[in-house]
Design a protein around this ligand. Structure first.
Ligand SMILES: Nc1ncnc2c1ncn2[C@@H]1O[C@H](COP(=O)(O)OP(=O)(O)OP(=O)(O)O)[C@@H](O)[C@H]1O
Ligand SMILES: [Mg+2]
Length: 239
């Protein structure tokens, strides 16, 4: 994960590239017509492509900018992982907030030691927990987030789009979607099927993940053609 000490690494640089267009859409100089652009869903076509890795690193990268506040929500309630990744498995979270009127946001969200990063874990699971994501309570909660926290970036980790319907429902509630695609693994027709489920979204960005032919490789080809020899040779991007 992208910790503050890694600010000058290639991973940090790649996340700068990834977050820049998202932040420009979320906080535009003039009205860009994108509703709820500060709410960003990180999803993928199938399991294991790197949604949680991307959501966490994107949240960390944005939170490390001094004037940006980030709320990271684990909305993959059937397969939660952010709570455990941060050493807090089993905490109450999103599902409890949606189910129980007696539980408020501040009861279940926690601050991290990255000053501008707050986390809302997935919460306790039961057999109805995935249905909660498509509930009116979830719609109300997301609306409240976009109104009350319009100066914050809210990042949702989500279920994969083709494994369950909840991913597509969540996508309809946010302003921007980041579709994580695992390089050399997910077939093109699967990615196209996933994109077809995002028709309600204004902005869909794509992260090609787990590739070992990153930006450096392209620079290498470019410079090689112009006689710059070995520039960039041997570098491998992770994202
Ligand atoms: N760019 C990357 N570089 C190195 N490791 C990665 C990268 N992306 C993902 N991984 C690793 O791949 C595994 C799967 O990633 P992750 O858990 O983020 O996927 P996911 O899409 O959230 O999966 P699930 O659908 O099960 O929730 C993890 O072990 C993660 O650390
Ligand atoms: Mg995950």
């Amino acid at each position: 994960m992208l910790i503050p000490e890694m600010a000058s690494t290639q991973l940090a640089e790649e996340y700068r590239e990834i977050k820049r267009p998202l932040l420009m859409n979320a906080f535009p100089d003039e009205n860009n017509g994108i509703e709820r652009a500060n709410l960003i869903l990180v999803t993928s076509s199938v399991p294991g492509e790197g949604k949680t890795f991307t959501a966490m690193n994107l949240a960390l990268s944005i939170a490390m900018e001094r004037d940006k506040w980030v709320l990271l929500i684990d909305a993959d309630v059937a397969k939660p992982s952010i709570g455990s990744l941060l050493g807090r498995p089993g905490d109450l979270g999103l599902t409890d907030l949606l189910k129980d009127k007696g539980i408020g946001f501040s009861d279940v969200a926690f601050k991290t030691d990255v000053p501008n990063l707050t986390v809302l874990p997935a919460g306790r699971q039961d057999r109805h927990s995935t249905e909660l994501l498509a509930s009116d309570a979830m719609k109300r909660f997301v609306n409240e987030l976009s109104n009350r926290y319009s100066d914050r970036v809210v990042i949702f980790d989500s279920p994969p789009l083709l494994a369950a319907t909840q991913g597509a429902v969540l996508a309809s509630l946010v302003g921007q979607v980041v579709l994580v695609v695992e390089a050399d693994s997910t077939p093109q027709y699967i990615v196209q099927e996933a994109i077809a489920k995002l028709s309600s979204c204004d902005v869909i960005g794509c992260v090609l993940n787990k590739t070992n032919q990153g930006f450096a490789f392209n620079y290498y080809n470019y410079f090689y053609g112009y006689g710059y020899g070995n520039y960039g040779h041997g570098q491998k991007a992770q994202v």
